[in-house]
Design a protein around this ligand. Structure first.
Ligand code: ATP
Ligand code: MG
Length: 287
């Protein structure tokens, strides 16, 4: 039988679209379509996809029912399943924070000593409190955690925060972030050698996609006397390409630059006499 990787991703939720996009960018196409499907085959890679609730993904992977999964670190940590993290994926970023009523004065986590905290993340919350030496009562509830203080269920909450608008709408304020999360690719600890080889191929593709996202292709024109200084600013992958322009005394320089460095370097490039600067996205990048 041919080996295929069984990959579980969230069926419908905040990670679904980005998870599908990730595999698409890795050149993996899925057969069929339509919402409501629970399974799909990849047409050009030995993989099949299972669409699950995010809470179930780590368990399926830990049990070996699925080989890989895409899940938030928050859910993974809370589930306490033994899977290995194969790759951080850079999307689905959020944080788990302690929040208290806006009128409360909050100085430190010690203020929660003897209080009750409502959360859907009892394990992560308890671990954080234990680490700080704070004893508090943890009330596990599965949803609508933010209303707990206003109905007298708890004096604080610990929940996912992104913009803070849900907290605000419930009269709460963020007191302390306790866990930062992003989506991760997890792998079963008992992959066969053949599956490990497929996973390595997949990771190779993910890294090419991630590197491309973080970098841009840059082209510019420069007077010949500035080429050396500009080349030093734009080392690229090995060294920049320098080509003569039709107009004598000028060259075209091509290189690759990290997205973050671009704005830092742009002023120096212009000071050195660079003109006609073009910055172009890169689709895939193999280092
Ligand atoms: P499911 O139906 O699959 O159980 P869910 O309702 O539990 O879905 P979602 O709200 O879709 O989960 O969130 C999935 C994951 O997305 C979270 O566990 C978290 O890792 C991540 N995430 C990113 N930003 C946010 C956010 N602003 N709020 C909540 N989760 C976020
Ligand atoms: Mg869920």
């Amino acid at each position: 039988m041919n080996t295929i990787l069984r990959i579980s991703i969230q069926k419908s939720g905040r990670l679904s679209e980005d998870s599908l996009r990730l595999f698409k960018e890795c050149g993996i196409e899925l057969s069929g379509g339509g919402t409501g499907r629970l399974k799909a085959q990849a047409t050009n890679f030995p993989a099949e996809f299972l669409f699950l609730r995010d809470d179930d993904i780590a368990g399926y992977v830990a049990d070996g029912v699925a080989d890989l999964g895409v899940v938030g670190q928050n859910v993974l940590e809370e589930s306490n399943k033994s899977v290995s993290i194969a790759k951080l994926l850079g999307f689905g970023k959020c944080r788990l924070s302690i929040a208290v009523p806006r009128s409360d004065e909050y100085r430190s986590i010690q203020d929660l000593e003897g209080k009750s905290i409502a959360t859907s993340y009892p394990r992560i919350t308890a671990a954080y409190l234990a680490n700080k030496g704070v004893r508090a009562d943890i009330h596990e509830i599965s949803g609508s955690v933010e209303i707990a203080p206003s109905i007298g269920l708890a004096s604080a909450v610990c929940d996912i925060v992104s913009s803070g608008s849900t907290l605000l709408a419930n009269g709460l304020k963020e007191a302390e972030p306790i866990f930062y999360s992003e989506a991760v690719l997890v792998a079963s600890p008992k992959l066969s050698e053949e599956k490990q080889t497929l996973l390595n191929q997949l990771i190779f593709r993910i890294e090419a996609v991630q590197a491309a996202k973080n970098n841009k292709y840059i082209l510019l024109n420069a007077p010949n006397e500035a080429v050396e200084a500009i080349a030093a600013l734009l080392p690229g992958m090995k060294s920049p390409t320098v080509l003569p322009l039709a107009q004598s005394g000028w060259s075209s320089i091509h290189s690759v630059i990290n997205e973050n460095e671009f704005w830092e370097k742009i002023a120096s490039l212009r000071e050195l006499g660079a003109q006609g600067i073009l910055v172009v996205p890169i689709e895939k990048m193999i280092l």
